[in-house]
Design a protein around this ligand. Sequence first.
Ligand SMILES: C[S@@+](CC[C@H](N)C(=O)[O-])C[C@H]1O[C@@H](n2cnc3c(N)ncnc32)[C@H](O)[C@@H]1O
Length: 315
Amino acid sequence: MNKEIATREVRSLEARDFELALGGGLSSYIVDRINEYSFLYSEFSPDEIEGLYIKIIDTLLDPVLMKSGEHRLDQWESGWGENLELFLNNPENIDHIVPKYFNKYGAVRWRGKFIQPVSEKFEYHSLAIILDWMFDKYMRQSSAIYEFGCGTGHNLLGVRRVNKNAVLWGLDWASASQKIINRMSEVGVDQDINSHQFDYFNPDYSFELLENSTVYTVASLEQVGASWDKFIQYLLNKKPKLCVHIEPVAELLDPSKLIDNLSIKYFKKRNYLDGFLDGLKQLETQGKIRIHQAQRTTIGSLFIEGYSVVVWEPL
Ligand SMILES: C[S@@+](CC[C@H](N)C(=O)[O-])C[C@H]1O[C@@H](n2cnc3c(N)ncnc32)[C@H](O)[C@@H]1O
């Protein structure tokens, strides 16, 4: 905690606050998870909030802001390569597989406003609660669970808490991802965790999904912009039991609110997931899928509300 924050009033998010954000009663499992973490934060002053909006607008106007897309493979390789290096040297420290992009700006989105995290892992753990919510609700009975675009595979360890028996698979286009997961398997971090190289832009149809499987993605399908259809066609072909996405979904935000409007602009600027929910709704109209849940969480980072949930089933 830095000194300036220490002089302000520090508050804590409780289970009730997450219930309001996630729109409903939470299971005792999720309440326990929330209580296990620390969600201390403080409010920004009006001047600080002005400063955050100026930072976002300046970033949106920055002509060199990196777009996502096929050219970014090398960057993901080198980013996960750093985690790999740390993890290979010290495999007992599982913190080495946590991505380094959390808590970069000292501000997060929470229910339509910006707040200042005080707890060191506030941002990482608030995403973890959304994941735990999905794992608890949808993956307890799955026989096989696949995270596509899994990066280091750290989310899969959260899946294991709710499902002791499932085969876990982490897939990503970056080969460093498979190296980390294979090492996790070798050193016994998990008894049944597997890896495979997979590119959303060129799905590998030789990779089969097991019976009674669940597929999920977390902030990774976002990277394909409007080119999500190849992956959805792959899923329609392989027919997992359920597909769960925790991704930026512009259709669920409210462009009449400044904070949402700037998030939508940032999605466009970075070429993040585009037209995904509308596309799934068309597939539902055509009788190809059934959508079970499509909901924003009002939780996000400085620039975006990136963690909406969309859950659907191929028919
Ligand atoms: C923001 S990271 C999220 C990683 C992981 N899901 C997590 O929550 O920690 C985005 C991930 O998407 C992966 N990715 C980007 N484009 C991809 C593609 N075309 N095919 C498969 N994975 C991709 C990157 O390599 C990276 O691991």
